[in-house]
Write a protein that binds this ligand. Structure first.
Ligand code: ADP
Length: 200
């Protein structure tokens, strides 16, 4: 099972990704979490990544591609994975296609979690005050939203054209969204796509 989950900042990708990964017994891999884990490392790269993230910009493709490639080589990815927050640029799409091709793998579905922008801003500001994420300031949020619109939203069309996109409304309670998501994935599996049932 090879899945991607996409959505604007604040759509709730991370929360849902954990649940989907557990359901299909594949690791949920978040590039944002991987970059946040570099925080505190005393290397020039870690410092560069931290500055970029705090500003709400994207980490350079070469760095991100490298980090993801290494992660995908781990044993726990042998049966599949759910990528949360990658790819985010057209260049990353191409790169991921190459990596998967080489390994004789293919993406089964791309989940798009949609939430309107007013709701997104209020969610992020709330998270900024409670979770203390340094990129949840009004200025960084604005940048992240713009970067998403410019660089990542076009990816939805790419995956829609490939017939892989599964669109889910991300508004409502977390459990409701999870149910909606599994229903959409089931429907896709039932419609004769390559997607098969989960491990639980
Ligand atoms: P969100 O999508 O809610 O803003 P994430 O945790 O997914 O949060 O990502 C946080 C930050 O990590 C991004 O704003 C960006 O700086 C960096 N990042 C994560 N994934 C990528 C990626 N695929 N390419 C470039 N930068 C990334």
């Amino acid at each position: 099972m090879h899945l991607l989950i996409m959505g604007p900042p604040g759509a709730g990708k991370g929360t849902q990704a954990g649940r989907i990964g557990a359901h299909f017994a594949v690791p949920a891999i978040s590039t944002g979490d991987m970059f946040r884990a570099m925080r505190g490392l005393d290397t020039p790269l870690a410092k560069q990544v931290q500055e970029i993230m705090a500003a709400g910009a994207y980490v350079p493709n070469e760095v991100t591609n490298q980090v993801v490639t290494e992660r995908l080589l781990s044993d726990d990815c042998a049966k599949g994975f759910l990528l949360d927050g990658y790819p985010r640029t057209l260049q990353q799409v191409d790169y991921l296609d190459g990596v998967l091709d080489e390994g004789g793998r293919a993406i089964d579905a791309v989940i798009s979690l949609a939430v309107n922008s007013d709701e997104l801003v209020s969610r992020l500001i709330k998270r900024g005050s409670s979770a203390g994420r340094e990129d949840d300031t009004p200025e960084a949020i604005r940048t992240r939203q713009q970067v998403y619109v410019d660089q990542t939203a076009p990816l939805l069309e790419v995956y829609r054209d490939r017939g892989l996109l599964v669109e889910v409304d991300g508004l409502g309670e977390v459990d409701e969204v999870t149910e909606r998501l599994f229903a959409a994935l089931d429907q896709r599996a039932g419609s004769g796509s390559a997607l098969v049932g989960g491990a639980s």
